[in-house]
Design a protein around this ligand. Structure first.
Ligand code: URA
Length: 442
């Protein structure tokens, strides 16, 4: 077998065998296949695609290219959730504590943000003292005692994905459905959970811009999960508007805490959280046939137990929750080193018709809350807090949103981008507010 024949086969749009795919993955990890050869094969896959069987073999070869976590010592069904990435998506920080409060163990390995989409590890790292680098022994200990643990993916987890992703990033081959599905699912399979709920985002602030491609990605990942023996379901959710009322690292952690405390629960965030949690509950080993999983999830949120679990989770991983709280209770301290800009409405009785998630992702990037390249530093305090969300009524001099950044220059540029991403209409035109849950697939 040789790599040139494999490249030529895919160039002719032929199906690759399991052995050929394994040969390719082993070759990129041991260095026997050159980057230019891998890039040629990636481009051929990008153009000619892969069927479900090839995508599954690619995923398994990538998942087993490094360490594979074994959580069986817990003797429980361990749950994981994964979002394909969006703007303002802090659901993991909310869903994990809710499930742990329900007695469902969630062991999660998360990534950092890139481009307009944020990453859970960056958000967690904005909590003073929080440690996202855990060895396997501590990971399992937190899973056992707290019930929710979230750590950064180690370098030894699916190393083939790291090599391929870096090549895809510079060869115009990121946007390929089998490559995206295998990249995501290889990390999910290697990180060891028994059951996975996938949140496939769809819209201007997501990888998948249209509904049909989001459903196709969801079905491809469900197929991979099931072939690998993991219970897998997917929810396709809207990402045309940012999720919740904030975008930015520390701001999103604060929103997650407020959500669990019951202080402010934005409608679109609540619908997505409750849907993901009820699906996770149904896949868990505590679920009994006929139970109303939605009511169970809503009850645990309003009981305050999920909020207590959130604090326990933060403290268990070294986070100083009191210091974090203090920053928000005393806004003058938070605002001292940061430039704050309120964006105000100008007229009376307007309806806020559009807040484009893709544009808001760019605003957040320009404020310093995200990174364009993997090695970029980020401003943990930067971001956007919305006072109004889509379909809210605006009066003269209402605040629409506040922008935060450590740099004055960045605020100016961000404000200009922000104004491109909103649309306001006059009057009281009746507008149908769509649910963010577009489709449930299993
Ligand atoms: N997330 C991943 O982990 N990989 C992709 O290819 C796209 C999104």
């Amino acid at each position: 077998m040789n790599i040139i024949e494999i490249i030529e086969k895919k160039k002719r749009a032929e199906k690759l065998t399991e052995e050929e795919i394994r040969f390719f993955i082993e070759g990129i990890v041991n260095g026997s296949i050159a980057d230019y050869q891998s890039s040629a094969l990636l481009m051929a896959i990008c153009i000619n695609g892969m069927d479900y069987e090839e995508t599954f073999h690619l995923t398994m070869a990538m998942a087993y290219s490094g360490d594979v976590v074994d959580m069986s010592s817990l003797g429980r069904t361990v749950l994981d959730k994964h979002s394909t990435g969006g703007v303002g998506d802090k659901t993991t920080l909310i869903v994990g504590p809710i499930m742990a409060a329900l007695g469902v163990p969630v062991g999660k390995m998360s990534g950092r943000g890139l481009g307009i989409t944020g990453g859970t590890i960056d958000k967690l790292d904005s909590i003073p003292g929080f440690s996202s680098s855990l060895d396997m022994e501590s990971f399992m200990e937190h899973l056992k005692t707290v019930g929710f643990v979230d750590a950064a993916q180690t370098l030894s987890l699916a190393p083939a994905d790291k090599i391929l992703y870096a090549l895809r990033d510079v060869t115009g081959t990121v946007e390929s459905l089998p490559l995206i599905a295998s990249s995501i699912m290889s990390k999910k399979l290697a990180s060891g959970a028994d059951a996975i709920v996938l949140d496939v985002k769809c819209g201007s602030g997501a990888f998948m811009k249209d509904y049909e491609s989001a459903v196709l990605l969801a079905n491809t990942m469900i197929d991979i999960g099931k072939r690998a023996g993991r219970k897998t379901v997917a929810v396709v959710t809207d990402m045309n508007e940012p999720l919740g009322y904030s975008v930015g690292n520390v701001l999103e952690v604060y929103e997650a805490a407020e959500f669990l405390k019951g202080t402010r629960q934005e409608k679109n965030l609540k619908e997505v959280v409750v849907c993901l949690c009820s699906e996770m509950y149904r896949l868990s080993d505590v679920y009994k046939d006929g139970e109303d999983s939605v009511a169970i999830v809503e009850d645990v949120i309003s009981s305050g137990k999920a909020y207590e679990k959130f604090i326990e989770f933060v403290r268990a991983q070294g986070g100083d929750f009191d210091l974090f709280q203090e920053k928000f209770n005393n806004r003058s301290v938070y605002n001292k080193n940061i430039t704050v800009k309120d964006i105000m409405s100008e007229g009376d009785s307007f309806i806020f018709k559009k807040i484009d998630a893709g544009v808001m992702g760019r605003v957040s990037l320009s404020l310093g809350a995200g990174r364009l390249k993997k090695e970029d530093d980020i401003d943990m305090d930067a971001g956007i807090v919305f006072d109004k969300k889509m379909y809210d009524v605006l009066s003269a001099d209402d605040s629409i949103a506040t922008l935060y950044s450590s740099s004055k220059e960045r605020i100016k540029e961000a404000e200009e981008i922000f104004l491109e991403g909103i649309e306001i209409v006059i009057g009281d035109e009746a507008i149908y507010v769509q649910s963010p849950i577009l489709k449930l697939l299993d």
